[in-house]
Design a protein around this ligand. Sequence first.
Ligand code: C6P
Length: 399
Amino acid sequence: MYRQDFPILGREVYKRPLIYFDNAATTQKPRCVVEAIDEMYYNVNANVHRGVHYLSQKATDLHEGAREKVRAFINARSTAEVLFTRGTTESLNLVAFSFSEAFLKAGDEVILTVMEHHSDIVPWQLVRDRKDIVIKVIPMNDRGDLDLEAFKALLNDRTRLVCCCHVSNVLGTVNPVKEISRLAHEAGAYVLVDGAQSVPHFPVDVQDIDCDFLTFSGHKIYGPTGIGVLYGKEELLNKMPPYQGGGEMISRVTFEKTTYERLPYKFEAGTPDYVGSYALGVALDYVQSIGMNKISALEHDLTQYAMERMREVEGIRFFGESAQKTSVVSFNVADIHPMDLGTLLDRLGIAIRTGHHCAQPLMQRCGVEGMARVSFALYNTREEIDAFIEALQRVVRMF
Ligand code: C6P
């Protein structure tokens, strides 16, 4: 129904119609987003926040207008709480650096989950090297649900922060972040939610979850690459030092001393990606014109249907069968290497992801080196899933 909005879906690969099932890695872009980028460069382009001239003011209005769209989209209290970054990874690194500078000392504990993406593991290991903190990990059961009892047992008066992906990019599990947030706050700890795989798929309300930080990437929600968001509670951001220094983030500079800009600019050194922010705003308008609840229902139906049909394939093993699951299906078939599956499906025009999905600790937990993964977006169809099953059966027969 929405396919005509995405020109790339009309192309062929290897003379076959493209079936794009790698949406958790990045989504395709609707025409309105591509046109927004064109429009910005053709008609508006000028550096923001600096010029008194017409174009600079126009570009600034569009950039700040996009910030307000993001604020409304995640229901942040104020635009001071919405920081533009390069993406989830940069947002997570920003928190790891600045939060740890302000709040962490040797012996303090940060809790992660076993299903975190490397982007939410490695920055904390860098902090551990610098600050001698302790990292603890929430385990999960075999269905891919976090063990909340084990989580409660990990919390203590040294816990400063709990970091949890809202949706696992491997298992598709939707984690109970509101409950996790409540428990963490009761224990006196802060909460970071990695929303890279949730914000594109269902409504996310930071005030309802009551998380202290939320991260997401523009390119996974039909927006451009190179732009992302960090939401942070104003009170916390005010206490955290800047992540990078440079233009934009200062109030006054002398060689003796620098004072910083107010939020959110304190964390936005250098010329921001105002083309990206504007186009991200257009992407958010696009998904809202469809409705996040509708997108969620559509993708839920696709996921259920895909799993039902995939069960027909002999030797299939799913990773992640939580009752709370969304739009990501990881699997292996018998002892076929996932890379072989991915390569052969690709020759049949079907794009899937294979490998460790940037979650090697989770691969170890599941006892595998890698997995194949299909992930859906609002433009995928049941017919594409049928074609995928036929292709998968064909590939499996070859082994
Ligand atoms: N996951 C995937 O194929 P960036 O690369 O900064 O936009 O997002 C990083 C990231 C962080 N957290 C989660 C839960 C993610 O899924 C991702 C990106 C992609 O699964 C690329 S590895």
